[in-house]
Ligand binder design. Structure first.
Ligand SMILES: Cc1cc2nc3c(=O)[nH]c(=O)nc-3n(C[C@H](O)[C@H](O)[C@H](O)COP(=O)(O)OP(=O)(O)OC[C@H]3O[C@@H](n4cnc5c(N)ncnc54)[C@H](O)[C@@H]3O)c2cc1C
Length: 458
C-alpha cells in the first residue's frame, strides 16, 4: 500500500537530509513525464541521494512499506519508462554525478549514474579517449544503461550492453551487488551484467558503472551523400559494409525529414534521401576508403557526396543530425512525439523503409523516417495530439504495422528506446514463452514488485 505523501516525506527525511526530499509540485511534474506522447502521472515524492548507502536505505524502506521506486536520469526516454503510474518515490541521480576513476591503460572508466555522456566525453578528451554511445539527448549514463541505449556509432562500437564491464546494483531489498569485474573476458557464472543492462529500473538501481572507452581515432572523416531514392541510399549502406569500409556512423534521413531540418536550421540541403556518414581510421587508409565509398555511392546514383575534414564542421554536421527530432518537435506547434524504433536484419532494410513510407502516407500524418541503418534500426517520427483519438489511433496503427513487419522478418519491436509502457503489448508476440522466464526472474529478485511497476510487462 502506498503511504500518503506526508508520511512518506517525513520518513524519508529521517533517511536523507531535508534538502534531499521534496514533494514540491513543480519538481513532481518534472518527474512525472518523459519526452513522448505518454500520459504524465506524478510521483508522491522525489529524492536526491548522494551515495550508494543512501540508495540502499531508500530501497530497504520502500520494500518494507511496498512503495514503488522509479529511478530517474534525465527523463529523455520515449516509452514512458520514468512515468510513475502507481505513484511512489522517484529517485533522481543528479547528486550522484561524479566520474570516479579513469583507467586509461585499461580503457575503462568508473562513473556514478548521474554523469551525462557529454560530461564524460569532456573529461575523457584530456586522456585522448572517448565514450562511444550517443543517443540524441544528453542522457545520463544510468538511464542509458537501463535502456540499453545506442546511437549513431553503434555500427562500429556496439550498443550500451557492449560497453558495460561491471555494475554496482542496489536490489529491491537494499542489498548491494556487483555484476561483473574489470577483465576484458570472463566465463565465470551467469552474465548478470547483460541481464541488468536494459532492465529499465525493474530489476535494480545502478549506483556505479564501469564502462569501456576508446582511443580517439587518428583520423575522422564525415560527410553527406544524397540519393534519388530511399532504396538507393539503403543499398549503399549494404555496399559499404560488404566492402569492409570502416564505417563508424551511417545515418539515413528521408526527404521529408530533410525538409523539416532545413526549416528548423535554415539550411538548404537537397530535400532527397540522404546518408550522414563517418569513417574512423588512419589518415592514409581513410583517403582510399573515402574514394572507394564515393564510388560505391555513385554506382547507386548518388548526386552529391560532400566530405568534411574540419573538426568544427564535422561537429556541426552531427549536431544537426542529433537536432532532427527537435526540428519535428519545434515545428509542430505543441504536438507530442511518437517515435517507432524497430530493427530488421540488414537484408530486409530496403523493403522495410519503403513499407514504412507507404503506411505513413496512407494515414496522412506528419511523419519522417530516419535511422541508424548500419544496424538495421530505423525510426518513424510522428507528431500527434494525444488528446485527439483519431490521430492517436492512426499513429498507433502505424507503430503496430511496423512492429508486425519487423517481427515477421526476425526483427525486434525496439532497437534502443526500450519497452516502458509503449512496447509492453508487443512483448509476448516477440518473446513467446521466454517472457515467462523474464517474469520469473523479476519475481525472484523483486518479489513485492516495487521496482518501476507496470513497465515492460503488461
Ligand atoms: C530527441 C531524442 C533523441 C533520442 N535518440 C536516441 C537514440 O538515438 N538512441 C537511444 O538509445 N535513445 C534515444 N533517445 C531516448 C533516450 O535519450 C534514451 O532512452 C536514454 O538512454 C535515456 O536516458 P535518461 O538519462 O534520460 O534516462 P531516463 O529517461 O531518466 O530513464 C530511462 C530508464 O532508465 C531507468 N534508470 C535511470 N537511471 C537509472 C539507474 N541509476 N538505475 C536503474 N535504472 C535507471 C529509468 O527508471 C527508466 O526506466 C532519444 C530521446 C530523445 C528525446
Amino acid at each position: 500500500m502506498v503511504l500518503v505523501t506526508e508520511s512518506l516525506v517525513r520518513d524519508l527525511t529521517e533517511i536523507l537530509s531535508e534538502q534531499q526530499v521534496t514533494a514540491n509540485l513543480t519538481i513532481l511534474e518534472q518527474h512525472g513525464k518523459d519526452e513522448s506522447y505518454h500520459r504524465p502521472h506524478l510521483p508522491d515524492v522525489v529524492v536526491f541521494p548522494a551515495n550508494t548507502e543512501e540508495v540502499s536505505r531508500i530501497l530497504k524502506y520502500a520494500n518494507e512499506h511496498e512503495v514503488p521506486i522509479i529511478p530517474f536520469g534525465l527523463g529523455s526516454s520515449v516509452e514512458g519508462q520514468v512515468i510513475p503510474y502507481q505513484g511512489g518515490i522517484s529517485i533522481d541521480f543528479q547528486l550522484m554525478n561524479k566520474i570516479l576513476e579513469v583507467r586509461p591503460s585499461d580503457f575503462l572508466v568508473r562513473v556514478q549514474p548521474g554523469v551525462s555522456r557529454t560530461q564524460l566525453n569532456k573529461e575523457l578528451k584530456k586522456y585522448g579517449l572517448f565514450f562511444s554511445v550517443d543517443p540524441g539527448a544528453d542522457a545520463t549514463l544510468g538511464g542509458m544503461t537501463a535502456t540499453n541505449a545506442s546511437g549513431t556509432t553503434s555500427v562500429k562500437y556496439g550498443v550500451m550492453r557492449d560497453q558495460v564491464r561491471d555494475l554496482e546494483v542496489v536490489l529491491a531489498d537494499g542489498r548491494i551487488i556487483h555484476t561483473g569485474n574489470l577483465s576484458a573476458k570472463s566465463s565465470s557464472g551467469y552474465h548478470l551484467t547483460g541481464l541488468f543492462v536494459g532492465s529499465e529500473g525493474t530489476l535494480g538501481v545502478f549506483t556505479e558503472m564501469t564502462l569501456r572507452v576508446y582511443g580517439i581515432p587518428e583520423s575522422i572523416v564525415s560527410g553527406r551523400a544524397v540519393f534519388p531514392t530511399m532504396e538507393a541510399a539503403v543499398t549503399t549502406v549494404n555496399d559499404f559494409l560488404s566492402a569492409g569500409i570502416p564505417v563508424a556512423r551511417v545515418e539515413f534521413v528521408d526527404a521529408h525529414s530533410i525538409s523539416q531540418f532545413n526549416l528548423y536550421n535554415q539550411t538548404e540541403y537537397p530535400e532527397q534521401p540522404t546518408l550522414f556518414i563517418e569513417f574512423h581510421g588512419n589518415e592514409e587508409g581513410l583517403q582510399n576508403d573515402v574514394r572507394f565509398a564515393k564510388r560505391l555511392a555513385q554506382d547507386n546514383h548518388c548526386s552529391d557526396f560532400v566530405i568534411e575534414n574540419d573538426s568544427k564542421k564535422r561537429a556541426q554536421l552531427w549536431e544537426a543530425r542529433h537536432q532532427l527530432a527537435y526540428a519535428f518537435i519545434h515545428l509542430s506547434g505543441g504536438k507530442k512525439m511518437m517515435v517507432t524504433d524497430v530493427v530488421v536484419p540488414l537484408s530486409e532494410l530496403v523493403g522495410a523503409v519503403q513499407h514504412a513510407r507507404k503506411v505513413i502516407d496512407e494515414t496522412g500524418l506528419n511523419g519522417g523516417i530516419l535511422g541508424h541503418v548500419g544496424d538495421g534500426n530505423y525510426h518513424v517520427i510522428l507528431m500527434i495530439n494525444p488528446g485527439d483519438p483519431n490521430e492517436l489511433a492512426k499513429a498507433e496503427k502505424i507503430n503496430a504495422q511496423l512492429v508486425d513487419y519487423a517481427l515477421k522478418r526476425g526483427g525486434t519491436c525496439t532497437g534502443e528506446h526500450g519497452v516502458g509502457v509503449g512496447k509492453a503489448k508487443y512483448q509476448l508476440k516477440e518473446h513467446g514463452p521466454a517472457l515467462d522466464i523474464m517474469k520469473a526472474f523479476k519475481q525472484t529478485i523483486d518479489p513485492k514488485g516495487i521496482l518501476n511497476p507496470g513497465k515492460i510487462f503488461l
